[in-house]
Ligand binder design. Structure first.
Ligand SMILES: [Fe+2]
Length: 237
């Protein structure tokens, strides 16, 4: 499987804090059947002021440590960017570590606050798309506005944004409402990818396999493979 969302890169956000923790998380991901792990630290102005060059340096060091341990996994660097006007600057400065390219557009993970969808977010996404940047909207099932006003999520789907839901949302860890929205999106074929969004070894551990299994119950094995392998491969290409 390909996991396109994780906070394994150590010491850069609220994910893994030490190299040991990061390596243990990676081993756990491998045990889950993950063959490509994308490391997606937060870029969130005022909270996690990460930038591309510093992340790349940390990533290269981490990769060396992984190679020394002889862990068999393909590692990639991208980021999870918080929505905000700063994104326009990041795009202008080419400062986003892109996930890949899909439909001739560069892809990246876009995060909304948990509680709301800031006014004008749709216009910002339109602007991004006009600049050939396609946001993959992460865990919409955990956003209060999307939970209660589904049409607001539909706006972004209609703009062409792929959706990524969190494995542990499907299994119910984020509550019944998030689980229901995740299942609805799955059944309506509106999910492009499931990812772990893992942060640590306990409460938010690498658990993509449980998401895969639960999605297979809902959609069948083939479709579950599509959203854990085929589609993610397209988004990171
Ligand atoms: Fe995340």
């Amino acid at each position: 499987m390909i996991d396109i969302h994780s906070h394994i890169l150590p010491g850069v956000d609220d994910g893994a804090q030490t190299l040991t923790e990061a390596l243990d998380m990676l081993k756990m991901a491998i045990d889950q059947g993950v063959t490509t792990q994308v490391l997606t630290p937060h870029i969130h102005f005022g909270r996690y002021n990460n930038n591309k060059q510093q992340l790349l340096n940390t990533f290269n060091k981490f990769k060396e440590a992984v190679d020394k341990k002889d862990l068999q996994i393909n590692l990639l660097l991208a980021a999870e960017c918080r929505i905000g006007p700063e994104l326009m600057q990041l795009v202008a400065q080419q400062a986003i570590p892109w996930l890949g390219e899909y439909q001739q557009k560069r892809t990246f993970l876009l995060e909304f606050p948990r509680t709301d969808v800031p006014y004008g977010s749709d216009n910002l996404v339109r602007w991004l798309i006009s600049k050939n940047c396609l946001p993959v909207i992460v865990h919409p099932e955990r956003n209060n506005t999307f939970l209660t006003q589904r049409h607001k999520l539909q706006t972004f789907i209609d703009l062409g944004c792929p959706l990524q839901i969190t494995a542990s949302s499907i299994t119910g860890k984020f509550g019944a409402e998030a689980q229901k929205l995740a299942e609805d999106l799955l059944v309506n074929n509106q999910v492009s990818a499931i990812a772990s969004d893992c942060h640590n070894l306990k409460g938010r551990k690498p658990d993509l396999l449980s998401g895969f299994n639960k999605a297979a119950e809902v959609l069948g094995q083939t479709q579950s493979e599509t959203i854990t392998q085929l589609n993610p491969a397209k988004l990171i290409a």
